[in-house]
Design a protein around this ligand. Structure first.
Ligand code: ADP
Ligand code: MG
Length: 360
């Protein structure tokens, strides 16, 4: 098991800078996720850690050992590729054994280790099947067994669940986590799926256009996003451009369309100044409240859609020409009774649940 350090790592492909000045520490035993939209540099980062790409600048360390230009087979990382990269004409056993044969492990030991690895991924008895005879989920398990069988110091997973259907994805999420916990192996997981990242990770790094925006626990990234990009990519949020009117020690007044909204500032302050017009107000749908009359921080919005999901109503309401309000209201008796779509309702934006964020 190892910690991983990336020090000012940059990777350019000709003029495309895929990853820029990346500074990351992944702790020993941690389940660490690289999260971001397609093309933001996740795979490139993972491949540099595995040794399939070498950085254009910067250093990579496993614990205190520099590996920046060490070839992949000498790093002892186990990688699961997005498309699994299995050998389709070979059997399950041959696929999993491959990495051990390359390492010249004796045959008896290979048999034992392949059997153990297949058991770990719940494919005992599948050794003689051909890859082409397996379902997507089973192929995914073979890819995982192949990565684990070499007893890697770091496990690298590139969107391993993206080719599976929703039900199988949930099941495999739990299974990957349970294997990771039981082995205590340092794991770096790549996904564009924020739910996957939030539910599986010890910590998350959010990427955008090759730049790491924020690193934190799932709660930190969701509750205290550092900018508008992170707030909108991780979870849903109401995000509106505002003008700063007045700043005092504990609060900021902002103008948002026709409304003046009070924001309670937190300790880690962003440097807002009266007159600034490059800030965004962000409030999560579940923080918005339905109230019966106007009051502090209330806005009036026309209900466009109220989708009932059993536990809650997901409301979409029109605040003005340019702004839509999303509110997630937990279901309780009488809520929204007699309310029709098209009606104007008052919503309250609690001042301690609003964040002022730069664009990012
Ligand atoms: P992600 O995995 O987040 O979708 P990638 O790391 O695959 O993103 O890609 C980041 C950027 O680098 C993209 O613009 C992509 O086109 C570019 N890129 C990735 N690999 C290569 C390559 N081998 N050659 C040229 N450009 C590449
Ligand atoms: Mg990728």
């Amino acid at each position: 098991m190892s910690g991983v350090h990336l020090l000012q790592v940059t990777k350019a492909f000709d003029e495309v800078v895929a990853v820029k000045d990346l500074e990351l520490t992944i702790r020993e035993g941690e389940f660490f996720t690289l999260l971001g939209p397609s093309g933001c540099g996740k795979t490139t980062t993972l491949r540099m850690i595995a040794g399939f790409y070498y950085p254009t600048a910067g250093k990579i360390l496993f614990d205190d050992q520099e590996v920046t230009f060490v070839p992949p087979h000498r790093r002892n990382t186990g990688m699961v590729f997005q498309n699994y990269a299995l050998f389709p004409h070979m059997t399950v056993f041959e696929n999993v054994a491959f990495g051990l044969e390359v390492r010249k492990i004796p045959n008896a030991e290979i048999r034992e280790r392949v059997r153990d690895a297949l058991k770990q991924v719940r494919l005992d008895g599948y050794g003689d099947r051909r890859i082409s005879q397996l379902s997507g989920g089973q192929q995914q398990r073979v890819a995982l067994a192949r990565a684990l069988v070499i007893r890697p110091r770091i496990l690298l997973l590139d969107e391993p669940l993206s080719n599976l259907d929703a039900r199988l994805r949930d099941e495999m999420r739990a299974e990957i986590l349970s294997i990771q916990r039981s082995l205590g192996i340092t794991t770096i997981y790549v996904t564009h799926d924020q739910v996957e990242a939030l539910s599986m990770s010890n910590r998350i790094a959010v990427f955008h256009q090759g730049v790491c925006q924020q690193v934190g626990t799932p709660e930190e990234v969701y509750n205290r996003p550092c900018n508008a990009f992170v707030a909108s990519f991780v979870g849903e949020t109401n995000l509106w451009p505002v003008v700063i009117r007045d700043v005092t020690e504990n609060e900021v007044m902002v103008t948002c369309g026709e409304y003046t909204i009070r924001v309670r500032q937190e300790a880690e302050k962003f440097p807002v100044k009266a007159g600034d017009d490059h800030w965004f107000l962000s409030i999560r749908p579940e923080a918005v409240r339905l109230v019966s009359e106007p009051g502090p921080n209330t806005v009036k919005a026309e209900l466009k859609l109220a989708q009932f999901t059993g536990t809650s109503f997901h409301c979409t309401a029109r605040l003005d020409q340019t702004r839509t309000l999303q509110a997630l209201l937990v279901n309780r008796p009488g809520l929204l009774r007699d309310v029709r779509e098209g009606e104007k309702l008052w919503f309250q934006l609690p001042d301690n649940q609003i964040r002022l964020l730069p664009a990012g």
